[in-house]
Design a protein around this ligand. Structure first.
Ligand SMILES: Cc1cc2nc3c(=O)[nH]c(=O)nc-3n(C[C@H](O)[C@H](O)[C@H](O)COP(=O)(O)OP(=O)(O)OC[C@H]3O[C@@H](n4cnc5c(N)ncnc54)[C@H](O)[C@@H]3O)c2cc1C
Length: 368
């Protein structure tokens, strides 16, 4: 037992170039983690290998992967470097929202440059889904004035806010309806705050953006004003299988290290085997779900059940690697300590309430 059993690489991943990309990302992943700087070079490699076109329609210069292939790509990239892959998903979330909107003029203006890597967009929508939901005031207020929207408030979480040319974000009007907009970051009144220091993924340069009387032309409108704007259009979505594919990729990396250890230490085999079995089943369910095979009779194929299992396995498998690596694995820079910190991220990123509740019940050993 030396390597996790990855499925044979489907096109477009069965190329030496994609393997070289994975090797490059993997080699520099520890450095990205430790330095906490934006993975610029890694993004230029993604551009070279056409990865930046994965979610962009062919007519705008992208390759428009189908959902299963996208998940496969994310999983493999996350195994190599979680920070780069996470940053890519946030950028892709923005591209998907732009590509899925009805504003053809804006699509023609932004998507070709996004596909080529000449522009960078990211997403700041958590205040419409998972963040600050308990507060009575909306985090971002939007007022429609003639052909513009005036935005005030704070976008709490934006990955890659500093390098971003556009942030796909939303605001709530006084009547409760919401808008989604591609906000140019160079508008007057937009202040990108310093990134906050994080437990892991500091290279995501995640921080908040303050908005003070920012006047955005209707030209940048993606959707709305409408109730629950995030329920419309496409994009990975909160707790989607795309988010799970990153956790599954991290599990694959931990298992690869554990398997290498177990080659020299047979006593580890009894734990590696059940982990590998659970991981294989989870992957099969992840891909079946991405292919849309879930039905009312397959509760194990819902996005929620997959994310719950992926979170749990990511936490357990990374901790198993740390325990097996002993004190050496506790030293900063060791793959085991990085994996443990990275696994924690899935407890808080794009995590809908039922998944948080399931994690808390698991920690409290409450059996459903
Ligand atoms: C590294 C990182 C990168 C991210 N990148 C992005 C991104 O690029 N784009 C994006 O849109 N989102 C992003 N997110 C946001 C993420 O998806 C979640 O929305 C976010 O983690 C939710 O956490 P919160 O602290 O904002 O939640 P909140 O629900 O606002 O909780 C904050 C605090 O409020 C209190 N609280 C919570 N619930 C209640 C309640 N019911 N009653 C009373 N008090 C309560 C608690 O003290 C809690 O600590 C990112 C998050 C992280 C950690």
């Amino acid at each position: 037992m030396t390597q996790p059993d990855f499925l044979s690489q489907p096109a477009p991943f069965d190329t030496p170039e994609f393997e070289a990309l994975l090797a490059d990302l993997s080699r520099s992943a520890a450095e990205v983690d430790q330095q906490g700087t934006w993975p610029d070079w890694q993004f230029s490699r993604l551009a070279e290998e056409g990865v930046l076109g994965w979610v962009i329609p062919i007519e705008y210069g992208g390759s428009e992967l189908d959902p299963e292939m996208l998940i496969f790509g994310y999983e493999r990239l996350a195994t190599a470097c979680l920070t780069t892959t996470f940053n890519l998903t946030q950028r892709n979330g923005a591209c998907q929202r732009i590509a899925g909107c009805d504003n053809s003029e804006l699509k023609a203006e932004l998507l070709p440059d996004l596909a080529a890597g000449h522009l960078f967009a990211t997403v700041g929508v958590s205040h419409l889904t998972t963040s600050r939901q308990h507060l009575s005031q909306p985090a971002v207020q939007a007022e429609e004035i003639e052909d513009t929207f005036v935005l005030n408030g704070q976008i709490p979480w934006v990955t890659g806010a500093m390098p971003a040319d556009y942030v796909v974000t939303g605001g709530t009007c006084v009547d409760g309806r919401q808008i989604l907009i591609a906000l140019p970051t160079n508008l007057e009144g937009v202040t990108v705050e310093e990134p906050v220091p994080l437990l892991a993924l500091n290279g995501s340069l995640t921080g908040s953006i303050a908005l003070e009387n920012v006047v955005v032309d209707r030209h940048y409108l993606l959707a709305g004003p409408v109730d629950q704007v995030m329920q419309r259009g496409q994009g990975g979505g909160t707790g989607s299988v795309a988010t799970s594919s990153l956790a599954v990729g991290l599990v694959g990396r931990s298992l690869a290290h554990l398997m290498r250890e177990s080659d020299r230490r047979p006593e580890l085999t009894e734990v590696v085997e059940p982990f590998a079995k659970e991981w294989s089943q989870l992957r099969m369910d992840l891909y079946a779900s991405a292919r849309g095979e879930g039905t009312a009779e397959t509760p194990n194929l819902t996005a929620e059940s997959i994310r719950q299992r992926a979170n749990s396995l990511a936490l357990r498998s990374t901790q198993a690697l740390l325990a097996a690596s002993k004190g050496a694995g506790f030293v900063a820079g060791h793959p085991a300590e990085r994996g443990v910190r990275e696994a924690m991220f899935f407890l808080v990123w794009s995590c809908p309430q039922p998944i948080v509740a399931a994690a808390l019940r698991e920690f409290a050993c409450l059996v459903d």
